[in-house]
Design a protein around this ligand. Structure first.
Ligand SMILES: NC(=O)c1ccc[n+]([C@@H]2O[C@H](COP(=O)([O-])OP(=O)(O)OC[C@H]3O[C@@H](n4cnc5c(N)ncnc54)[C@H](OP(=O)(O)O)[C@@H]3O)[C@@H](O)[C@H]2O)c1
Length: 324
């Protein structure tokens, strides 16, 4: 099969479209003919060797965590899936390829109402949003949630999940168009963080009380102001840093401790033991609600280098999809 591989860390070294051996599904896995691949900004940062996870990869490797397609083989001990079924999920051993392996605990049937491209933007995004809102922040109906980067991959999922949970949603985004997208996704108010002070605006919008929960994918830049925007007893969930570098953040300690504010951090690998249960809970929501998965662009798999340039520039919104 054809696959994109990283042969050397560093963005100055282009990835190559290689002919490689077909993967074989292992214990508890399915093999999927991919129709759409979700390209993630973190793939670029790992390739640039700027993310701590890059140590988990040895070139040449196939990048990417996520895809959607049809089941073409079922590995030993794998149950719950049938040949030809439309599925989406997180991949084992890379997703930038014509055929991908998925662990059954990270895969779900793709309801007919979703395209494959939409399917390639569901599992990682909504599981991350679930972890942030339900497991970490324990957000409840009636609470106000501030979602930073509401037009991003995880952001679009967090906005929609928070709405379904009965929360009021404020979302930040870096342009007028992205603010409009946040509102189409259900955000009650959108704040252009390049033009307005999000902390002041959040206080204004909550009558000076502050928001109950903040979900932050750019905590290196935002944390100092998050603690101004949060209410007493509020929760700030740290998802990542603006360019996913191992950046530092500082905040006013005394002012924050006076608020009994909680700063919660989360990482996807720590969720693995809980995945089968989380996927069982996520599937009915995905099937019932028809979540929007805004697709910013679809590009051929062979154009993966150009896709990485776009992701690195931050010029995308929602999901960028590669088509094998
Ligand atoms: N901890 C975990 O378990 C976990 C899991 C998945 C992803 N992540 C992390 O979550 C982050 C987002 O991932 P993604 O796939 O959703 O990437 P993405 O689509 O590129 O989204 C990044 C978002 O960050 C926003 N942003 C950047 N600077 C900002 C600022 N100063 N203020 C507010 N928002 C800002 C961007 O907003 P604009 O585009 O509007 O500027 C964009 O929406 C990454 O750091 C990723 O590594 C963490």
């Amino acid at each position: 099969m054809k696959a994109i591989r990283v042969h050397k860390f560093g963005l100055e070294h282009p990835m190559r479209l290689d002919e490689v051996e077909d993967p074989q599904p292992q214990e508890g896995e399915i093999l999927v003919r991919s129709h759409a691949i979700g390209a993630h900004p973190v793939d670029v940062v790992i390739r640039a060797a700027l993310h701590p996870f890059h140590k988990n990869f040895t070139p040449p490797y196939i990048p990417g965590p996520e895809a959607a397609g049809e089941v073409i083989a079922i590995g030993p001990g794998a149950s719950g899936f049938r040949m030809g079924q439309r599925v989406c999920g997180r991949c084992v051993g890379g997703s930038y390829a014509e055929k991908v392996r998925m662990s059954t605990s990270w895969a779900m049937g793709l309801p007919d109402s979703y395209t494959y491209a939409e399917g390639a933007g569901i599992v990682v995004q909504f599981i991350t949003a679930w972890n942030a809102l339900v497991i970490q922040a324990e957000a409840g109906p009636g609470e106000t949630v501030l979602v930073h980067g509401g037009a991003g991959g995880v952001g679009m999922a967090t906005v929609q999940l928070a709405k379904i949970m009965g929360c009021r949603v404020l979302a930040t985004a870096g342009s007028k168009d992205k603010c409009a997208l946040c509102q189409r996704l259900g955000a009650d108010q959108a704040i252009n963080y390049r033009e307005e002070d999000f902390a002041e605006r959040s206080l204004e919008l909550t009558g000076g009380r502050g928001v109950d929960v903040i979900v932050d994918p750019a905590a290196d830049v935002n944390l100092a102001k998050d603690v101004d925007a949060i209410r007493t007893g509020g929760r700030i969930v740290v998802l990542g840093t603006a360019k996913a570098l191992d950046e530092k953040a500082s905040f006013a300690v005394q002012r924050t401790l006076l608020k009994d504010a909680r700063i919660l951090c989360m990482s996807m690998p720590n969720l693995i033991p809980r995945l089968p249960d989380l996927m069982r809970r996520l599937y009915p929501l995905v099937a019932k609600n028809h979540f929007q998965v805004p697709i910013c662009r679809e590009m051929a798999l062979a154009e993966a280098n150009a896709a990485h340039e776009l992701l690195w520039s931050g010029g995308h919104h929602g999901k960028l999809i590669l088509k094998p």
